[in-house]
Design a protein around this ligand. Structure first.
Ligand code: NAP
Length: 281
């Protein structure tokens, strides 16, 4: 079984991006800039943002974090986004989720200009992705996609099952696999026989949030299994896939932690660089 080492793949991707940033600097005499807006002091968000900033600096991006207390007015955030939209030195804007209740998440997402939407959440980017046009793609499914392609470069005709249909993970993942000519089944909480669906799959991507939902006897021999789930349990962090059982049948599997997570941040940097390149065209 191939253990898909997300830390190693993310380090390789960051190395490639670092090289690319250096070439862009030579060509344009400037580097892509990422601005992250962080509202409130929730510990997980603080950690994510710190990691994002550290990785951005590592590859040579210009990065900035703008912090607000969780009492900040919605208008202040929307005005700041507009200001960043109009700032040519900023290539990517990310507002760290979740937001305090009094701030309308959809309004925030739709205020970020699509060309700087490094999270790929703007409806224009969602539409472009589903139409098969160039767009920013949400970072977690993009990372999953790159890992799958490392294991199997030609996905044409493969049967893929995506477990979970969130806008963040399941839906964009489905679009990426469709674009690669997979036959994709997207499953969710009302799916009648999830085990039977999974057993058909050459590729399974699980993004649910239920510890070890996907069992060993749900997986076809030699399937590629990507585990997006991060679940805190008494036994520490576990994914949505029963790792020990599934590792006995799968061809390749991501661990939790150390699988999808590290690739997510690397893909944010990739999205920032891609936004910069599109803006120079
Ligand atoms: P979400 O928005 O809560 O969506 C979960 C999806 O799972 C929903 O579509 C839901 O179906 C489906 N589901 C729930 N119970 C199910 C069941 N018994 N069988 C089949 N499907 C079921 O979750 P998310 O934001 O996509 O996150 C999923 C997991 O990924 C979480 O553990 C999260 O922490 C993790 N995550 C990891 C990363 C990373 O970087 N590694 C990034 C983001 C999220 P319905 O639509 O029918 O309700």
């Amino acid at each position: 079984m191939i253990l898909i080492d997300g830390k190693k793949l993310a380090a390789e991707l960051r190395e490639e991006l670092k090289q690319e940033v250096s070439e862009l600097k030579t060509k344009y005499n400037k580097v892509p800039g990422l601005t992250v807006i962080l509202i409130g002091d929730m510990a997980p968000s603080q950690i994510y943002v710190r990691n994002k900033e550290k990785s951005a600096n590592e590859v040579g991006l210009k990065s900035e974090v703008i912090k607000y207390p969780d009492t900040v007015e919605e208008k202040t955030i929307l005005d700041k986004i507009e200001e960043l939209n109009n700032n040519d030195s900023i290539s990517g804007i990310l507002v760290q989720l979740p937001l305090p209740k009094h701030i309308d998440k959809q309004k925030v997402i739709e205020t970020i200009t699509p060309s700087k939407d490094v999270d790929g959440f703007h409806p224009m980017n969602v539409g472009n992705l589903s139409s098969g046009y160039e767009s920013s793609v949400p970072c977690t499914p993009l990372g999953c996609y790159l890992m799958i392609k490392k294991i199997e470069p030609n996905l044409s005709g493969k049967k893929a099952v995506v477990v979970g249909r969130s806008n963040l993970n399941g839906k964009p993942m489905t679009q990426l696999l469709l674009k690669e000519n997979c036959t994709v089944t997207i499953t969710h909480s009302r799916t009648k026989d999830l085990k039977a669906e999974c057993l058909e799959a050459d590729i399974i991507v699980a993004a649910v949030g239920i510890p070890e939902l996907v069992k060993g006897d749900w997986v076809k021999k030699d399937a590629i299994v990507i585990d997006v789930g991060i679940n805190k349990t008494e036994n520490g962090l576990v994914g949505d896939v029963a790792f020990d059982e599934v590792s006995k049948v799968a061809k390749a599997l991501t661990p939790v932690p150390g699988g999808v997570g590290p690739m997510t941040i690397a893909c944010l940097l990739k999205n920032t660089i891609d936004c910069f390149k599109r803006s120079q065209k």
